[in-house]
Write a protein that binds this ligand. Sequence first.
Ligand SMILES: *[C@@H]1O[C@H](CO)[C@@H](O)[C@H](O)[C@H]1NC(C)=O
Ligand SMILES: *[C@@H]1O[C@H](CO)[C@@H](O)[C@H](O)[C@H]1NC(C)=O
Ligand SMILES: *[C@@H]1O[C@H](CO)[C@@H](O)[C@H](O)[C@H]1NC(C)=O
Ligand SMILES: *[C@@H]1O[C@H](CO)[C@@H](O)[C@H](O)[C@H]1NC(C)=O
Ligand SMILES: *[C@@H]1O[C@H](CO)[C@@H](O)[C@H](O)[C@H]1NC(C)=O
Ligand SMILES: *[C@@H]1O[C@H](CO)[C@@H](O)[C@H](O)[C@H]1NC(C)=O
Ligand SMILES: *[C@@H]1O[C@H](CO)[C@@H](O)[C@H](O)[C@H]1NC(C)=O
Length: 437
Amino acid sequence: MTRLKICSMPSHTKTQWAKLKRRWTFSGPDLLGYLLKMCRHSLGKIATVAVITSILSLVFILNYTENIQRGIAQRKNLDIKQVLNGPYVVARSLIQNVTTTMVAQYTSTTLSPELMAITPQPELNRLINASSKAKYPVTINGKYVFENPQLCSSVANLSVLIIVHTAPDHFDMRLAIRRTWGNDTFYRKMGVARVLFLLGQVGDSALQMKIEAEFKEYRDMLQGDFRDSYRNLTHKGVMGFKWITERCRNAKFILKTDDDIVINMFILFNRVLPKFENKTKQIVCNHIPANAMPIIRDKNNKWYVSENHFRGKNVYPEYCSGFMVLLTNDVIPSIFRAATMTPFFWVDDVYLYGLAPSHVPGIKYNSLTEHILIWQNALSCYRNMTANLNNKCDYLVTGSKRLRESEETWVEMMKQFEHRIGTDLSLRAKTHPDKRA
Ligand SMILES: *[C@@H]1O[C@H](CO)[C@@H](O)[C@H](O)[C@H]1NC(C)=O
Ligand SMILES: *[C@@H]1O[C@H](CO)[C@@H](O)[C@H](O)[C@H]1NC(C)=O
Ligand SMILES: *[C@@H]1O[C@H](CO)[C@@H](O)[C@H](O)[C@H]1NC(C)=O
Ligand SMILES: *[C@@H]1O[C@H](CO)[C@@H](O)[C@H](O)[C@H]1NC(C)=O
Ligand SMILES: *[C@@H]1O[C@H](CO)[C@@H](O)[C@H](O)[C@H]1NC(C)=O
Ligand SMILES: *[C@@H]1O[C@H](CO)[C@@H](O)[C@H](O)[C@H]1NC(C)=O
Ligand SMILES: *[C@@H]1O[C@H](CO)[C@@H](O)[C@H](O)[C@H]1NC(C)=O
């Protein structure tokens, strides 16, 4: 059939699509965050304090009751050196609710032989040539603004933790995932899944309050103490590795994706996971082999990388496109450990699924290219009942930027699966709870 031809792209195009479809922009006014930064760095300057005080009074008047209480609660948690005065605490609680989560201490006495085997690569460090101001990802020792520490540990038989890199203002896209493929009530009998959305800080206090309200409702988000921006995605990914290392040892698999992706969980549970069930140290992804992806040196390109990084090279080592990466969970602490020795490089897919894992002995890449489909084609394929019910649209991953489209794609994926249950006896045992006999 022509399906594969139509739907598969050269890996170069695929990656570019994966890159293009992400639009991480730092939105909202950043005035308060900026002022606070100024404040931190020029404590003695009366002018700064005066400006901040007047801004704070305004903020204070607008949000007083809840925030006074929160500010007081917050005071106990804050590093005393960061506390300048009362109003500062109130403002800080508005934009960041930093919990004092202890950083995992990987001293030599607590290292397993597995982690001991991860050693720095001087040659790679030279190639990455990180600037001294952010030598390593800030999230290695970073705090969380908010987290749900029990998200994994409260769940029995957790098959997959789905990590979604999300932009802070993408409320609709998170909702779409919660209502569709991220909601395991649709496929509970096949396995248990949980979603965790990763985001950074915003400078806009109104936006932050909306995000905190969302967190209170769903408790499936993790906000780190770093600025959420396109060139900070590596920090976000390392935060995910850290949180999983500390809080989610009980998940069998980790599935990393972005907030504009739809994953066919029926295919994942029935065809992909069983292949890796008893294996360790696996990465399953759209694999980019070494020397296949050019390093963009054109200054006008969004993906421009300065000659100071990977000097003399014009192609990347092996890595994965980040729109869908499945990992066996055993390997996550090793990759997190590796990140403590991998200097910061902002191209997140290269760092998170290439440079850092390259320190881990025995890690194994598996390519999953044939099931990838650009979203317009996927939707029309799933809409075509004949093609859909004849299992002609069995794609593992597709994308959508609209809530309604994600929902429609998911409904069609479910119809296809229900239809297959009728014809494939081996699937009968795996029907989801809503399936009528
Ligand atoms: C977890 O899985 C085991 C073995 O498959 C099963 O016996 C047990 O009932 C499951 N627990 C829950 C809470 O589903
Ligand atoms: C998940 O799906 C179930 C059943 O369809 C529904 O009751 C629940 O509200 C959904 N969860 C979310 C967060 O939308
Ligand atoms: C912020 O911290 C306070 C005090 O620790 C806590 O009561 C509150 O629930 C936190 N807010 C969020 C959104 O986590
Ligand atoms: C990344 O986050 C750090 C920590 O919050 C911040 O200092 C830096 O300016 C951010 N970088 C970008 C490009 O936003
Ligand atoms: C994985 O191991 C279990 C228990 O040892 C076994 O029943 C199952 O068949 C194995 N799966 C694969 C795909 O090898
Ligand atoms: C490393 O980066 C610095 C500037 O950040 C630059 O001056 C230096 O030449 C670079 N070294 C190499 C080997 O690229
Ligand atoms: C729908 O599927 C049928 C059978 O595979 C195919 O012949 C037809 O061209 C498809 N139509 C569209 C609009 O994709």
